[in-house]
Design a protein around this ligand. Structure first.
Ligand SMILES: Cc1cc2nc3c(=O)[nH]c(=O)nc-3n(C[C@H](O)[C@H](O)[C@H](O)COP(=O)(O)OP(=O)(O)OC[C@H]3O[C@@H](n4cnc5c(N)ncnc54)[C@H](O)[C@@H]3O)c2cc1C
Length: 455
């Protein structure tokens, strides 16, 4: 009997999984393995919201493997040591794993390769498991990655994709391989009260619902804050419950403006992954520095984190984040612009707070979107500032998004909710809601001066 190990990382699914498929094709039996990696914990990346979602994913993966005659093996500890141990216990000849884009997955891959080779085993690394197009597959002439999205997208669209793989019918797992208990959602710590459910089954249900009602209108409605009309598939993509390759192909098959716009967003995800793969330091260092000397008033930062800036649309965004562990993309843009440009606070402060709460929190997408908004990243207009009042008028014209998330303002009708300081004094006095933390014109002038835009 030959055996392989399929090491699950950001690909917690049975459908369209080249790692599992190749492991199954390469041997008589396979150990489907997930390691609760101490390195992830030590890097401070084990936020409760993501741990809870992960627990759902692993339970669902185990159940789906059991239906096919197998099971999931879970271990805790150093990922390299645990993989080598399981490979030895099962007498495996090779280990299969998905390629990752960031610094940590790359180092993990290198350590694993070295350790396995010492034991005479091979490591097979699979591309297009996490992204639809692998980092480095398209590049501008003479460069290792694209720094601007539009030309990237033009080439990305033309890449021939591999076929989508069916889920295996049976999975034969060797007997006697010890597994730790599956982690529980309850053990994750304090999670957001409105946190969504994880797992491949749930991801596929949401995907089908999105395709039958939602995707068609995505082009017109993706910025509609109260309408909440985006796919909400990001956590499932982050954990790999859904495959980006499969989503792109299904959307293309469906066709139409909405599907095209959705595919374009999936390309943004790949774009950030290829930037990070080429520039792993961009997770912490400015991609294109502007020589910023950021401010850092602790009271202002606390007001932003807690959703008490006095700008209702920003506060609604931040309250949605803490309540759901997720935020609408337009809200993310507004909250990040407010912190980095209006308050002129270092993007790393905001990115850290998002990573502590976001269920889809992801080094490539989070850090590079933060850099994009801060103007230290790939935005071709790095000094644009989003005015929260103008944005609120456009994307939450009746104020419904604000009333949903800021209960102190729930009784203020219509668009007036965006400017509580203009309400009649007797109404204003009854509201337990703060004055604006900064004057928008002052914030703008400070930012422009700091970036040397007025000279
Ligand atoms: C400051 C900031 C931080 C962000 N942090 C993250 C993060 O940690 N993880 C994350 O997945 N996304 C992040 N995004 C991108 C985007 O906001 C979310 O992917 C999106 O809101 C998720 O909702 P959805 O699944 O309904 O997206 P949809 O609008 O339905 O889009 C479909 C998918 O496309 C991808 N996508 C959409 N927009 C972007 C984008 N701008 N960049 C990269 N991928 C995109 C996502 O995988 C998303 O699930 C961030 C954006 C900003 C401005």
């Amino acid at each position: 009997m030959t055996t392989t190990v399929a090491l699950f990382t950001g690909d917690l699914r049975l459908h369209d999984n080249p790692v599992l498929r190749s492991a199954l094709n390469g041997a008589d039996q396979v150990v489907p393995l997930f390691v609760l990696d101490s390195g992830v914990r030590e890097a401070g990346f084990d936020a409760p919201n993501r741990l809870a979602f992960l627990a759902d994913c692993l339970a669902d993966l185990d159940a789906s493997l059991c239906e096919r005659g197998g099971r999931l093996v879970v271990r805790s500890g150093d990922v390299t040591e645990e993989v080598c141990r399981v490979a030895e216990e099962s007498d495996a000849g090779s280990v299969h794993v998905a390629a990752g884009a960031g610094g940590y997955p790359r180092r993990r891959e290198e350590r694993l390769r070295r350790a396995l080779e010492q034991d005479g085993l091979s490591l097979d690394v699979h591309e297009t498991v996490v992204t639809a197009v692998e980092p480095g597959a398209v590049t501008p002439a003479g460069k290792d990655h694209f720094a601007v999205f539009t030309p990237y997208f033009r080439q990305w669209e033309r890449v021939a994709q591999r076929d989508v793989l069916a889920a295996p019918r049976t999975v034969k797992v060797p007997r006697g391989i010890r597994s730790d208990a599956l982690p529980s959602r309850e053990a994750a710590g304090q999670v957001s009260p409105g946190l969504c459910r994880g797992g491949e089954s749930e991801g596929r249900r949401l995907m089908r619902r999105w395709e039958s009602s939602g995707m068609q209108d995505y082009a017109e409605r993706h910025d509609d804050l109260p309408g909440d009309a985006t796919s909400r598939l990001s956590p499932h993509l982050h954990f790999g419950c859904l495959s980006a390759v499969e989503l792109v192909q299904r959307a293309r098959k469906q066709g139409g403006e909405g599907a095209d716009a959705f595919v374009r967003q999936l390309a943004w995800r790949d774009f950030h992954h290829q930037v990070l793969a080429a520039r792993p330091h961009a997770s912490q260092a400015d991609y294109r520095t502007k020589g910023d000397r950021w401010r850092g008033d602790p009271d202002e930062i606390a007001a932003w984190r807690e959703g008490r800036t006095g700008y209702p649309v920003i506060d609604a965004a931040m309250r949605q984040l803490s309540h759901e562990g997720w935020m609408h993309n337009r809200a993310r843009l507004l909250a990040a612009s407010f912190l980095t440009k209006t308050l002129y606070v270092d993007w790393r402060v905001g990115a850290r707070h998002f990573l502590d709460l976001l269920v889809d929190g992801d080094v490539a997408n989070n850090q590079l979107n933060w850099q994009w908004v801060a103007g230290t990243g790939t935005d071709t207009r790095p000094n644009r500032v989003l005015n929260p009042l103008a944005q609120a008028k456009r994307f939450d014209p009746q104020g419904d998004y604000v009333r949903r998330w800021v209960p102190e303002l729930a009784d203020v009708e219509g668009a007036a909710v965006h400017r509580p300081w203009r309400l009649p004094a007797e109404v204003r006095d009854r509201l337990d809601y703060p004055e604006p933390v900064v004057d928008l014109d002052d914030g703008l002038a400070r930012f422009r001066a700091a970036r040397g835009l007025d000279q």
